[in-house]
Design a protein around this ligand. Sequence first.
Ligand code: PMV
Length: 352
Amino acid sequence: MQLSSKSIKGKTAWQCPANIALVKYWGKEAMQKPMNPSLSFTLTDCYTTMGVNYYYDAQQTFHLDFRFNNKSNPAFSERLTRYFKIIAPYMPFLNNTSLKINASNSFPHSAGIASSASSFGALALNLCSIEEAVNGAIYDPGEFFRKASFLARLGSGSAARSVYGGYVLWGATSIDQHSSDEVAVPLSTEISQVFHNLRDSILIVSSAPKPMSSSAGHKLMTDHPYRQARVGQANQNIDHIIKAMQNGKMNDFIEIAEEEALSLHALIQSSSSPVFMVKPNTIAIINHIWNVRKTTGLPVGFTLDAGPNVHVIYPVTIMDKVKAFIEKDLRQYCENGAIIHDKAGGGPVKNE
Ligand code: PMV
């Protein structure tokens, strides 16, 4: 498309939630394509809000002013500068645009929740809105979100999934003809009512910086001795978890999610640079969850990110019972008692 010769300025703002994977993306190929397909659900209350003031003029070069909570943030600005170089070929107007970005998160930094998915999701959505304004063209919604997912992926793989609400699939798999390594897609299959409004209570075990970044973790999969087996396991788990969701099998769903979480940590521990990402309290919480499931039959389970915090997942119908269990048995293991009661949500919101 021909770039405009007129200068154009304006403001956009998006709110984009974080997501939590049930089948984990772990290991990547070139251009941030995933080694295996993944499935997540998008959260509701843990999100990034990002406003962008833009000014496009054919006579100027790219300029970035990034602020987090109205304060400059050199570390993330550097990451963004590298990111803008990568995405410029897909958004040529950026070479002649200055951007003033201000972002904030609804969840405290100390919550230990990765904010890269919600941040890059919010940024990609803003960039698509700016592209529409600069090009004077409105994309159809499908195209708009596909491009946002594509751009978000280039910032942080899991961010590709955050631009949609509900359950989201990323990575080619034979079970869904729409799935792709390039962009995430909302899970298109009908799922049983019991998986609507899934709850996720996030137990903050530690807010300390993680001993290994996710990019370092992905790299460890390149020569990992279990690489092939992991690809096979993830593909099989995608297939089984989607079938469990279609057939209303909550216990199968929970078992697969837990197997995925523990496999992620086992892969880290069996890599060439092993580290413990979990803490003793993480294990204590998991043992309580297994025990309550065994003794009461409550369909409550967990998943983990590449960190020590535990996402307790359960259907909304047993919310009161699970919250009582969390208060009685689990809160004691949380750092300063910190818990975020979140739930699956409808996805990003355009604020401006
Ligand atoms: O998007 P990244 O590079 O931060 O990787 C995310 C990896 C996991 O959170 C562990 C799993 C996932 O699928 O989100």
